[in-house]
Write a protein that binds this ligand. Sequence first.
Ligand code: HEC
Length: 225
Amino acid sequence: MKTKLMTGVLLLAALLLIGCSGGGEGDAQPAADQKTEVAATPAVYPALPVTEDEALLRCKAAAAALGSNLKTALKQAMQDGGPVAALEVCNVQAPAIAAAIDEREGITVGRTSLKWRNPDNAPDAWERGVLEKFAADKSGGASTLDLETWAVVPGPDGGRDFRYMKAIPTLSLCLKCHGADVAPDVAEKIRTLYPADHATGYGLGDLRGAFSVSIAMAEVGDGGD
Ligand code: HEC
């Protein structure tokens, strides 16, 4: 891991040197060995965000993409077959839509909630803290649409992860499957698909949960560790 990271840093340094030198000086550095290595590992060039601003933009874009793709799929499924059929679609498509964005953006994006339906969406410790803070802010009068937060946290392998969360309000469309009086056939289907469901009983405007996004930060250019 460490060697790979070092190679990446060296490669980036090499690329920056090449990029800035403009050619011509040709001061004979003894870099013969490095040359072959650079040629052999072109894919190591990091596409990871270097600044927090860049990471934030990418996380916001991924959350927005997940939100709009899910809403489109949900509306279509409700129109086509009503809530019972749409439950099947959510069950399969919600994780698949998130996974497709992960792959395209090199990011991890999903949804979480203090009262989750799918146990795979249960919050980790950081997410739980943020969800509790969102709930407290909302009780204090904040609008759900304004609730978002981000932080840089230690990631695996000694790196840094940028994490972002944005609150999701309960709209009237959501009540058919998350509301206080869900139709009996819908409730039965939910029990079959999610025996441990906690995600009913919501009212219009309640905080339903949040988008949660994380991306590894590039380990370069922070002026010495
Ligand atoms: C057709 C039924 C249905 C409707 C309508 C519906 N949902 Fe869901 N919702 C589900 C299902 C099923 C899951 C579990 C998806 C999965 O397996 O990842 C879910 C999961 C979620 C989650 C992820 C956390 C968890 O509980 O697992 C959030 C957040 C969420 N829904 C918000 C909403 C919002 C907001 C709306 C309205 C815009 C909405 N849902 C409308 C069925 C529905």
